[in-house]
Design a protein around this ligand. Structure first.
Ligand code: NAD
Length: 264
C-alpha cells in the first residue's frame, strides 16, 4: 500500500458521505495523510463536521465559498497559520443552476454560464495559485472533471463547457507550476450517485448506460477514485502532470453500445 505518512493536504468539496471529495479523503486518510477540509456554508458544516471528526487525526475545518474572495482569503490564511505548508490539494467543486442541466444547451443563460464557469473552473485557478504558495517543496493539485467535456452527454450542457475549460486550465496550470515541482491533474470518474451527479437530467439512465457499455461493465466507486487520488498525490505519481485520468470502467474509449445493449 502507498504511504502518505507525514503528508498534509486540503480537501475542498465534501457535502456529505457520498461526495467524491469524501471518497478521496477517506483513501488519503487510510494511507496516513493528515487532512484539512473546507465546507461551503453553515448548512453543510453540520454534515461535514461529524464526518471529519470520525477521522481522528487532528483534522482542520475552514469555511470557504469559492465565489467570495474574503472567504477564500480567510480559509487559506487559517490553513497557513495552522500548518505553514501543504503537500496536496483536492478541488472537487462544481455548480450549475439545476434548471439548466435538464433542458437544451442552447437555452443556457448568460448569468448561469458565468456563474457555472466561475464556480466550476475559475475557482480551480484561484485555489491552485493559493495552494502553490504553500508548497515550497512541490506538491500535487487535483481537480474533478467528467467526460461531458469532450463528448456530448445529453443534459450535461453548460457543465460540459465548464469541464472543457477546467481540463484546459489543468494543462496551463501544470505548465506554470511544473518548475516548482507541483503536479496538476484532473480525475475523470464516470457518473456517480452524489448530490451534484443527481442534479443532471437523466442521471439514472446515464449511470445505467455507462455501467452496461463500459469495457469493465462497472461504474466508478468512491474507493476507485480515492485510490487514484492517492497514487497521484504520492511519490508513485511523480512524473504525471497535466493529465485527465479516467476512472470510468473504460467507458470513454467506446464508440458504440456493446452488442448485448443493442436492439436484437
Ligand atoms: P457533491 O455535490 O457531493 O460535491 C459538490 C461540491 O461542490 C459540494 O461540496 C458543494 O458544497 C461544492 N460547491 C458548490 N459551489 C460551491 C461554492 N460556491 N463554494 C464552495 N464549494 C462549492 O458532488 P460530487 O459529484 O462529489 O462533485 C464533486 C466534483 O466531482 C465536481 O467537480 C463534479 O463535477 C465532479 N464529478 C462528478 C461526477 C458525478 O457523476 N457525480 C462525475 C465526474 C466528476
Amino acid at each position: 500500500m502507498i504511504s502518505m505518512q507525514g503528508k498534509r493536504g486540503l480537501v475542498m468539496g465534501v457535502a456529505n458521505e457520498r461526495s467524491i471529495a469524501w471518497g478521496i479523503a477517506r483513501a488519503l486518510d487510510a494511507a496516513g495523510a493528515q487532512l484539512a477540509f473546507t465546507y461551503q456554508g453553515e448548512q453543510l458544516k453540520k454534515r461535514v463536521q461529524p464526518l471529519v471528526a470520525g477521522l481522528g487525526k487532528g483534522e482542520r475545518l475552514f469555511e470557504a465559498d469559492v465565489t467570495d474572495d474574503a472567504s477564500m482569503d480567510a480559509a487559506f490564511a487559517g490553513l497557513k497559520e495552522t500548518w505553514g505548508s501543504i503537500d496536496f490539494l483536492v478541488h472537487a467543486i462544481a455548480y450549475s443552476d439545476k434548471a439548466e442541466i435538464s433542458g437544451r444547451f442552447s437555452d443556457t443563460t448568460r448569468g448561469n454560464f458565468l456563474n457555472s464557469l466561475n464556480i466550476s473552473c475559475y475557482s480551480f485557478i484561484d485555489v491552485a495559485r493559493r495552494a502553490a504558495e504553500m508548497m515550497p517543496e512541490g506538491g500535487t493539485i487535483l481537480t474533478l472533471t467528467y467526460q461531458g467535456s469532450q463528448k456530448v452527454i445529453p443534459f450535461y450542457n453548460v457543465m460540459g463547457v465548464a469541464k472543457a475549460a477546467l481540463e484546459s486550465a489543468t494543462r496551463y496550470l501544470a505548465n506554470d507550476l511544473g518548475p516548482q515541482g507541483i503536479r496538476v491533474n484532473a480525475l475523470s470518474p464516470g457518473p456517480m450517485r452524489t448530490l451534484a451527479g443527481a442534479a443532471v437530467g437523466g442521471a439514472r439512465r446515464t449511470f445505467k448506460h455507462t455501467e452496461t457499455n463500459a469495457p469493465l461493465r462497472a461504474n466508478a466507486t468512491l474507493e476507485a477514485v480515492g485510490g487514484t487520488a492517492v497514487w497521484l498525490c504520492s511519490g508513485a505519481g511523480c512524473c504525471t502532470t497535466g493529465e485527465v485520468v479516467h476512472i470510468d470502467g473504460g467507458y470513454h474509449i467506446i464508440g458504440m453500445p456493446q452488442p448485448e445493449a443493442l436492439p436484437k
